[in-house]
Design a binder for this molecule. Structure first.
Ligand code: PAF
Length: 284
């Protein structure tokens, strides 16, 4: 595995590889790698000849008061994991390398970014899309791989790529879960033992919605109430939203069809977790 910090060096290196007709897949991450990221790497391996994994804790996507400072940065561990799982190129730019001085330009997402996560974290998705656009410009991959757990991010990146005619194919990978159903997240390390077991209300709420949908319930609000009932029984978990929405605009739907998304965000202690399912699809 080769490692680059400088934009110019990785560009030159990838330019040489591209001229030999090899295809490139990018897995953008903020590090603290876990099995969920490794599933993205495996999908990248299947889609291209060269796998580039970027690790950059992007300050632009954190709001003041969020967990930027305490976000885990176990670089040695990440490097070893990436190397052991077939990453060919690790890109670990510093903030000064990515944001020369004070950048004035941002990717401004449309109204889909104002819902759900965006409503709770105003400006977050402008930060995400700006860094993803930069990474796509730097690496110029044929394929970029994202996790379905951040489903609004996937939707918005898909939209940006279409709107800005960015020549990349996007792959979304189903969420990887612990045996008890908790979605893997770099933020799970913040959960105390008590909070971790309370957090299982999130996959339970999603499973309850899935079960009710399988039994024939199609009313979006009724399905949301199923999840709300689960959370009501776990006061330690405070939902920010429970949303049954269409996969393109993430707007609430009256009728939950195959492919409709059920998304939740909840606070457990000082940690905020998100998760989702797609009706009619197997959970991760
Ligand atoms: O999903 C993440 O880890 C981040 O939002 C991403 C896509 C790497 C952009 O910083």
């Amino acid at each position: 595995m080769q490692e680059f910090e400088a934009i110019e060096s990785i560009r030159q290196h990838l330019g040489a590889l591209r001229s030999t007709k090899r295809t490139i897949a990018l897995v953008p991450t903020m590090g603290a790698l876990h099995q969920g990221h490794l599933a993205l790497v495996a999908a990248a391996r299947e889609s291209a000849d060269i796998v580039v994994l970027s690790i950059f804790v992007n300050p632009l996507q954190f709001l003041p008061g969020e967990d930027l400072a305490r976000y885990p940065r176990p670089l040695e561990h990440d490097r070893a994991l990436a190397d052991a799982h077939g990453v060919d190129i690790l890109f670990v730019p510093r903030a000064e390398e990515m944001y020369h001085g004070t950048p004035e330009t941002r990717v401004v997402p449309g109204a889909t970014a104002d819902r759900w996560e965006g409503a709770h974290r105003p400006g977050h998705f402008a930060g995400v899309l700006t860094v993803v656009a930069k990474l796509l410009n730097i690496v110029q991959p044929h394929v970029a791989v994202f996790g379905q757990k951040d489903i609004q991010q996937v939707t918005l990146v898909r939209r940006m790529v279409a709107d800005l005619d960015i020549p990349v194919a996007l792959v979304s990978v189903v969420t990887v879960r612990e045996a008890d159903g908790l979605a893997l997240s770099s933020r799970n390390v913040f959960l105390s033992e008590t909070d971790r077991s309370a957090a299982l209300a999130i996959p339970r709420a999603l499973a309850a919605m899935r079960g009710r949908w399988a039994d024939g319930e199609r009313d979006g609000r009724a399905l949301e109430r199923v999840a709300a009932t689960v959370f009501a029984g776990t006061p330690r978990v405070k939902p920010d939203y429970i949303a049954v929405v269409d996969p393109d605009q993430l707007a609430p739907v009256e009728h939950a069809a195959q492919g409709t998304v059920a998304a939740v965000a909840a606070r457990v202690g000082s940690t905020r977790l998100i998760d989702n399912i797609i009706f009619g699809e197997e959970p991760g």
